[in-house]
Write a protein that binds this ligand. Structure first.
Ligand code: ADQ
Length: 461
């Protein structure tokens, strides 16, 4: 790559962060290319600076430069909690009922993107590649093009692409196809996402679908492709084989464990998971071995009302379930609200007989891949996976379930706990094949090579 890689994501790695999928995957590219990572500053400013702020000033040995854009508290509320997380997030996760449209949200979203575009335009050179991540920045390429930036611009959407019908919930003056077609490459998680994106363009009289997944819209051309994201496979396999867990757990938690690990989000289908586990316990009251569900769910975005709501709902469900089923020496549901060390997490996955991943909608879901990577190939556990997660598209050998069907999830728990070893191994191997194929380093290399190799014959703006 001749120029630099300029990466833009809302969250930026912290100084201490040397691990974590995206950071590791991109470090190579950022390092080789003398790259820049641009993200939101952790603190708010009363009057945000027009300039990007160098986060590593005076520090030696940084592998790439981190530059931050500032937000005011009001912008954080309206752009981040507002438009990004109370309009776009629910919209893309098929929760139109939770979309909260306030004029200020839309204005702040456009303003923050416009300011960021001015900041990036100042430093971008024509031979740089700009890689923008996620729904916080849908309009960013359009704003960069308007400022004359000619560098290649790629976009990756980590969450599901919305269905055409759901796009009607966006404010009327938003030109979603216009935003997207200003990128050279739009990467989506799954083939189903690409199909939905094409469906949106197909409905536009000014769009022309070309060969090789390219779309011409007015005077622009954009390539659409799926790049299923994955994890750092080898690091995870290694972490899962360690024995830190023994020091922490001792002899606690005997018996069979089921595990769930999710940010506490309404898209993750946690209430139905708890209900399905409750149903399983009711059915097996006389006969069952003592099975516990360990649910790890750190709260996020608690300033958004829908997130406070889901937390209350889950606490109530958890209380009721344990009240009904717990014994003096057995708590069936352990519900933990904290972040867990990665090594311990990997070892907990390995210890669990089944992993429960039951979202109603999910771009990919990395927990599904982590659970598989952590298993002991000689005696693997079973992944119970929602058909609605992006991960299900290429992991058909997981036990696929409908996340709305509590009975089916409860049945899948029974099937998983009774599954003979050869079947567990066969399913594990098939899933592990996909996990390896989509290793995060490969994923980022694939995206960047595709962006790099695009030959653009269509004039921009
Ligand atoms: P998320 O919605 O955050 O990501 P997911 O893909 O499951 O969902 O990633 C969550 C990550 O956080 C996993 O690596 C998991 O191990 C970790 N995690 C969760 N709880 C934790 C805890 N208590 N302690 C430590 N780690 C914890 C978005 C999209 C997904 C998409 C990813 C990546 O919503 O669909 O897969 O981006 O593109």
């Amino acid at each position: 790559m001749a120029g630099r890689l300029i990466l833009v994501s809302n969250r930026m790695p912290t100084e201490a962060q040397t691990s974590g999928g995206l950071v590791v995957a991109l470090q190579g590219a950022l390092h080789d290319g003398n790259g820049l990572w641009i993200g939101a500053h952790p603190d708010f400013a009363e009057k945000p600076s027009e300039q990007l702020i160098d986060m590593d000033k005076g520090r030696e040995g940084m592998r790439y430069a981190r530059l931050a854009f500032q937000l005011s508290r009001q912008e954080h509320e309206d752009y981040y909690l507002g438009f990004a997380n109370s309009v776009l997030w629910p919209l893309c996760h098929r929760r139109g009922d939770l979309v909260s449209l306030e004029r200020e949200f839309e204005t702040a979203y456009l303003e923050v993107n416009a300011r960021l575009a001015r900041q990036i335009a100042e430093l971008a050179r024509p031979d740089d590649m700009i890689w923008i991540h996620d729904y916080h920045f849908f309009p960013l390429a359009e704003k960069l093009r308007a400022l004359g930036v000619t560098a290649k611009i790629g976009f990756f959407l980590h969450i599901p692409f919305p269905a055409l019908g759901d796009l009607g919930a966006l404010p009327q003056r938003i030109d979603f196809p216009g935003w997207l077609s200003a990128f050279d490459l739009v990467g989506l998680q799954t083939r189903a996402d690409v199909a939905r994106c094409l469906e949106m363009f197909r409905a536009e009289p000014d769009a022309e679908l070309m060969l090789n997944g390219r779309v011409k819209y007015l005077d622009r051309a954009v390539a659409l492709r799926s790049f299923p994201i994955g994890i750092e496979v080898e690091a995870f396999v290694e972490a899962a084989g360690g024995d830190d867990l023994r020091n922490v757990l001792g002899t606690d938690m005997p018996g069979d464990i089921l595990i769930g690990v999710d940010r506490l989000d309404y898209s993750k289908g946690l209430p139905n998971r708890f209900r399905a586990f409750g149903r399983y316990l009711e059915r097996r009251r006389q006969t069952c071995r003592r099975v516990s569900l360990l649910q790890i769910a750190p709260p996020t975005r608690e300033e958004v009302p829908a997130y406070r709501q889901i937390r209350l709902e889950l606490e109530e469900l958890a209380g009721r379930l344990n009240g009904q089923h717990a014994e003096l020496d057995w708590t069936p549901l352990r519900y933990i609200h904290r972040a867990i060390d990665r090594n311990l997490l990997a070892q907990l996955y390995r210890r669990a007989r089944a992993g429960l991943v039951t979202p109603f909608a999910d771009g990919m879901n990395l927990v599904a891949k982590e659970y598989i990577a952590a298993q002991d190939p000689e005696d693997p556990g079973v992944l119970i996976l929602s058909r609605m997660a992006g991960a299900a598209e290429d992991m058909e050998e997981a036990l696929l379930v409908n996340p709305y069907d509590i009975e089916e999830i409860s049945e899948a728990i029974r099937t998983a706990l009774n599954m003979p070893l050869p079947e567990r191994q066969r399913r594990y191997e098939a899933c592990m094949h996909t996990v390896r194929e989509t290793d995060v380093t490969r994923w980022s290399a694939d995206f960047l090579a595709t962006l790099q190799n695009l030959t653009d014959k269509v004039t921009k703006h």
